[in-house]
Write a protein that binds this ligand. Structure first.
Ligand code: SF4
Ligand code: SF4
Length: 198
């Protein structure tokens, strides 16, 4: 009899723990419609930016590629011509690729870039089934002319994912109103040393 009473007591203790959690705030979120807030310095998927006149910021200098410790960036530059001008400089990136499987998201490419062309956004949804899908070529990295032209991703209205380039069109699950605060990192980068804010 004492043994059975002990079992009932154990059951009641167990149920009391379950019931106590019914009235606590849930730690889980309704992903993917709701995203967790990132740390302000979170480094996610790259993008290539443009100037306000829609010209590409990248001048094909390959500094990002040289700075990359993971050898993840491939840049092949070419000369601009008066009839076919892509960037304000003499050169532009005829080919630009980042292998996101090699990337360690350190942000050194962003730091090395003299024109603020390559930036890391807070976007983290890059899962795919094929290795080749993780090599992001220029057409996937470059923001389209009509999307957030001239503004850093953190400075754009509604945050980053809603106006990313072709990447966002393919994987657009972001609720910018309820998602993470994409402006934090931009504010820190503007007011403190780039990429070194605490
Ligand atoms: S974030 Fe770091 S590892 Fe990734 S491409 Fe840039 S420099 Fe290379
Ligand atoms: S992204 Fe910046 S550092 Fe890299 S090639 Fe273009 S201009 Fe140079």
């Amino acid at each position: 009899m004492r043994k059975h009473l002990g079992n009932v007591g154990a059951l009641l203790r167990g149920f009391s723990i379950t019931f106590s959690y019914m009235f606590k705030k849930r730690p889980t979120i309704e992903y993917p419609s709701v995203k967790k807030k990132h740390a302000p310095r979170f480094h996610g998927l790259h993008e290539l930016r443009r100037y306000a006149d829609t010209k590409e910021r990248c001048i094909g200098c390959e500094l990002c590629s040289s700075a990359c410790p993971a050898n993840a960036i491939t840049v092949i530059g070419a000369e601009n011509s008066p009839d076919d001008r892509h960037s304000p400089g003499e050169r532009f990136a005829a080919r630009y690729e980042i292998d996101e499987l090699r990337c360690i998201f350190c942000g050194l490419c962003e730091e090395a870039c003299p024109t603020d062309a390559i930036v890391l956004t807070p976007r983290f949804e890059m899962a795919d089934f094929r290795r080749g899908s993780f090599v992001y070529s220029k057409d996937r990295l470059l923001v389209p002319p009509e999307a957030g032209v001239g503004l850093a991703p953190d400075e754009r209205p509604n945050g980053i994912p809603s106006d990313l380039g072709m990447v966002a069109q393919v994987k657009s699950t972001m609720e910018s109103d309820t998602g993470y605060d994409a402006t934090n990192r931009g504010i820190i980068l503007k007011t403190q040393r780039r990429g070194l804010a605490g």
